[in-house]
Design a protein around this ligand. Sequence first.
Ligand code: MRU
Length: 367
Amino acid sequence: MNTDWIPTRPIWLAPDDKTVQVIDQRRLPHELVVMDIENEDDAIRAISEMVVRGAPLIGVTGAYAVYLAAVRAAADPDPEGRFKRACERIKAARPTAVNLVWAVDRVQSAALRLAPEARAEAAKKEAARIAEEEAENCRMIGRHGLSLIEEIQKTKAAGPVNLLTHCNAGWLACVEYGTATAPMYAAFEAGIDIHVWVDETRPLNQGSRLTAWELGRRGIPHTVVADNAGGHLMQHGMVDLVIVGTDRTTGTGDVANKIGTYLKALAAADNKVPFYVALPSSTFDWGLTDGVSQIPIEERNSEEIRYVQGLCDGQVLSVLVPPSDSPVVNYAFDVTPARLVTGFITERGICRATAEDIRRLFPEKIA
Ligand code: MRU
């Protein structure tokens, strides 16, 4: 593991301008390794195998994949056909995070306005623009979300503001700051005493591997808990605020996020703990009105549940947990209905999880 190098973003364009480089998130926290992405096929593999993951980062990776596809397509006898087919393949790399389709469509249309030889340059610029916009969106989510934590702090006689989060909606999943973590970073920087309960987030442990790593590097007090601990913590007054991210949210406020989020929302509602979802506007799927029936839920390889990965005697190993012949199914996301969501923290401010309130913040997005 390279312990000297301190990355600040999970994706960047290499100095040669032809290689996209990403942190291989499958290997964190025990190994910090960079992977090169040379073409759209590498990018599709990186997205589907979760080298990169998290809705905004999947979008930015897809955007750069369109750039790499445009470079290749320029040399093809049918540049337009090849480019369009490549874009369709990129969009299919993972189904739930809407940021992927949104980003690919945006870069593709910026490129297709131009002649084949000019498309790659235009796509590269548009992908970089999306990366910068997502970083700025997360910064603004942090600013708006800070006010929620400040309000809670005022009501507490003693002790830290206790937050709970699920999965990894940190800078690794975005470009900078993260979505759910941005208010935490902002509060910590403002000198507010905070503590974060980090759900381990089985099966791939994005919480215990990635969120804990991020928070620890920043010096933010946190504790990893089993996924099923949240209800107990809330019943005993040990959680003041839940903040999670999302992979796709309907224009009416239903939230798809990592499997297990719905159960946290139910426990939060039962215990009157505010449950907020932090998201950039690129994660809204504006036309959808019913998350449970309309959002595609990814089903991933059962090996991710059968095997658990960890460090043993200095080596990263994978071990089998259930009986080898037990059937396993791996739903990767669930949908939390809007009625269980206290509010959204977006780059434009905070709103309730209703179509009317969302429309008030983003009047141009919903017809
Ligand atoms: O399967 P993953 O790791 O891509 O799932 C990620 C999540 O569910 C995050 O909570 C989500 O993308 C939040 S956006 C930062």
